[in-house]
Ligand binder design. Structure first.
Ligand code: FMN
Length: 333
């Protein structure tokens, strides 16, 4: 299968995709999500200037360990020529596809014309995408928002058509404007309208927090796939839960307390191996509140975990909690 057919085959599976998230969706987290049902993942966004300078962080972000597939590398920048050059550098890492970030709302990025800044000038966005498409042999995809805000007429539907004409192979729509940031509700109907206008796969993103949300988002929009961001940080089991519901129509059981504790340990160990003990423990903390949700004594356990810098110390706390939970002789509801 060539890379274009491969990508289309992935969308034919109606995927629930792990969203690109800076400082979250690194190789460790992608592997962890795959262990609980994710299949298709996107890297954190990679700055094109960093990539072209050969900066260590950018190189780390595009390096895909064995087994880290299918994974799409996402890049961002404001200069079409630099984006096209960086895309060909990222291509050497052999990702499934290259995604261009046209949705980041953060002012220091969007105000400089990168990310959602492209939405201020849809014609320039399309010309840029075309340039990138022409420069690489891999499929190119775009992730964007419905508009910059507050347009009376959102550009996303016309933009979808023009991006398809430019050779873009799939489009992810975060169903908010850039000005909304992460506030307000995502309006999935825009993904439906974009989907109706094109024949490339459209992925609906925004506020998918449960398996049933994924099911509804696909049913309401007719999109090829869904993409999950923030919920995965706290509850990566959403991939298994959504996949099961979509494939069988039946809800799967939530993770047991034992499984929750085990995932904390696996994530800690993997981050410590990748980043060293202090940093590895620190970056795992943001996930632990979610992973431990609902287990008896979780609040006290979390308070102790946030002041524990060693992996062994964290393991001891988690093992003690596991024993307490086992002593209760009951399981997660
Ligand atoms: C911590 C964080 C980092 C993010 N980084 C990126 C990024 O690098 N590239 C991108 O396209 N979107 C990024 N996003 C946006 C998400 O991919 C997603 O579009 C958004 O969170 C809405 O989906 P959700 O409601 O499932 O979280 C980020 C979001 C969060 C919360």
């Amino acid at each position: 299968m060539n890379p274009f057919e491969n990508l289309q085959a992935l969308y034919a599976e109606r995927p629930v995709i792990l969203a690109p998230m800076e400082d979250v969706t690194d190789a460790v987290f992608r592997k962890l999500c795959r262990s609980v049902g994710a299949r298709f993942c996107v890297t954190e966004f990679v700055n094109v200037e960093g990539l072209l300078r050969g900066c260590r962080n950018a190189k780390r972000k595009i390096s895909l360990p064995e087994g880290d597939a299918p994974t799409v590398i996402q890049i961002y920048g404001s200069d079409p020529e630099r984006l096209a050059e960086a895309a060909s550098v990222a291509e050497s890492a052999a990702p499934t596809a290259l995604d261009i970030n046209c949705g980041c709302w953060v002012p220091k990025i969007a105000a400089r014309g990168a990310g959602a800044g492209w939405l201020r000038n849809p014609a320039a966005m399309v010309a840029m995408a075309k340039m990138v498409v022409q420069r690489v042999a891999l499929p190119v995809t775009v992730k964007t928002r419905i508009g910059y805000g507050p347009e009376s007429d959102m550009p996303i539907v016309d933009l979808a058509r023009r991006l398809e004409d430019a050779g873009v192979q799939a489009l992810t729509v975060h169903c908010r404007t850039a000005q909304m940031g992460h506030s307000g509700a995502a309006d999935w109907s825009w993904a439906a309208r974009a989907r109706e206008a094109v024949s490339i796969p459209v992925v609906v993103n925004g506020d998918i927090k449960t398996a049933d949300d994924a099911r509804r988002a696909l049913a309401e929009t007719g999109c090829a796939g869904t993409m999950v961001g923030r919920r995965a940080i706290d509850h990566p089991w959403i991939f298994r839960e959504a996949r099961t519901l979509l494939d069988t129509g039946v809800e799967c059981a939530p993770p047991t307390w034992d499984e929750r504790i085990e995932l904390c340990k696996v994530h800690l160990a993997a981050n410590v191996e990748a980043r060293g003990e202090r940093h590895g423990v620190a970056v795992t903390r943001r996930h632990l509140t979610g992973y431990l949700k609902g287990i008896p004594g979780a609040a006290a356990l979390r308070q102790r975990l946030v002041v524990t810098d060693s992996m062994q110390g964290c393991y001891e706390l988690l093992d003690a909690s596991r024993e307490q939970v086992a002593a209760r002789g009951t399981e997660a509801a």
